[in-house]
Design a protein around this ligand. Structure first.
Ligand code: GDP
Length: 287
């Protein structure tokens, strides 16, 4: 259940409180802030909610809940994403955020759309990463291009593009290493991968997506900034939204970084992925 629904249900059913008062606004404000929405956004939403309730002469908790929901949706200001094919998605992110699982989920998403998908095991730094991705490829019955541990990841991507073109695949998803402690090498590697993709398949639509773990809240902003210094980031896959009360972090991500959220992950299963949609997100995670 979403964090705001919990709050409203408590007011309505436990306290049987139905009227708006200062306690209501104070408590709501602290929930907004604890959701990692950022103080500025939280303050804005509070001001707007007070205004709208005053204007519309709203005095009850139930109607305030409806107004809050609309404000939360409006503030996200999401443009629907368009996928064009052939498309090459390069997935970056720090180890452990859910990169491999997200690649599997996206594969399933595009397979459901009747697209041909091929994977490139570009994280050649860890043998386990290639193995984990290969297991998913087998389960999902898609081709994976891989080489041994320590291989040049750009060479893996080169091979994957050749195979993609030969087989007329619609989507290539490239996994990359996530070892941020060797940042300079990693960023050079990502640049090289991007160069290969641009050189070998200029007609393909390209998307660099960063995977972020929502449960780490505002720290994810720093991760985007670290990658953005070297590679272009077109969008975000926000994972682990299940069981976190930090869903509000989407607000600073959208407002401060101006990078769109493309997918959200809310579980370990291969179907636990949504294309980001403001209303659906607010309903599912916040309300
Ligand atoms: P990687 O190191 O970034 O490739 O991360 P993995 O894909 O291996 O995921 C790390 C752990 O997080 C695994 O145990 C996954 O099952 C788990 N995980 C990934 N995405 C989600 C999610 O959306 N929700 C939850 N609860 N767990 C997730």
């Amino acid at each position: 259940m979403g964090i705001f629904k919990k709050f409203f249900d408590k007011l309505k059913y436990t306290f049987k409180r139905t009227e708006l008062n200062d306690d209501f606004y104070d408590e709501l404000e602290s929930i907004l802030i604890s959701s990692d929405m950022g103080v500025e956004t939280a303050m804005d939403i509070m001001d707007e909610l007070r205004d709208v309730c005053k204007k519309k002469l709203i005095k009850d908790v139930e109607r305030a809940q409806i107004e809050l929901k609309q404000l939360l949706i409006d503030k996200l200001n999401v443009q629907p994403v368009e996928f064009d094919y052939p498309m090459i998605i390069t997935v970056v992110g720090v180890n452990g955020v859910g990169k491999t699982t997200s690649i599997a989920k996206m594969t399933k998403y595009f397979l459901n759309k009747k697209k041909n998908v091929i994977l490139a095991a570009g994280d050649t730094f860890r043998a386990a990463a290639t193995e984990q991705l290969s297991n998913w490829a087998e389960k999902l019955k898609v081709k994976i291009i891989k080489q041994g541990e320590g291989a040049d990841s750009a060479a893996v991507v080169f091979d994957a593009i050749s195979s993609m073109k030969a087989k007329n695949n619609d989507v290539l998803i490239v996994d990359t290493a996530g070892r941020l402690h060797t940042k300079t090498n990693l960023m050079k590697e990502l640049e090289k991968i991007n160069n290969i993709i641009n050189r070998e398949y200029p007609e393909a639509k390209k998307m660099n997506l960063i995977v972020l773990d929502a449960s780490i809240g505002q720290n994810s902003i720093a991760q985007v900034k670290a990658f953005k210094d070297s590679v272009n980031i077109d969008g975000i896959i926000l994972t682990k939204l299940d069981g976190t009360s930090k869903g509000g972090v989407v607000y600073p991500i959208i407002n401060e970084l101006h990078v769109p959220i493309i997918f959200t992950g809310f579980g370990e299963g291969v179907d636990d992925l949504d294309v980001f949609d403001a209303e659906n997100f607010v309903n599912k995670i916040l309300m």
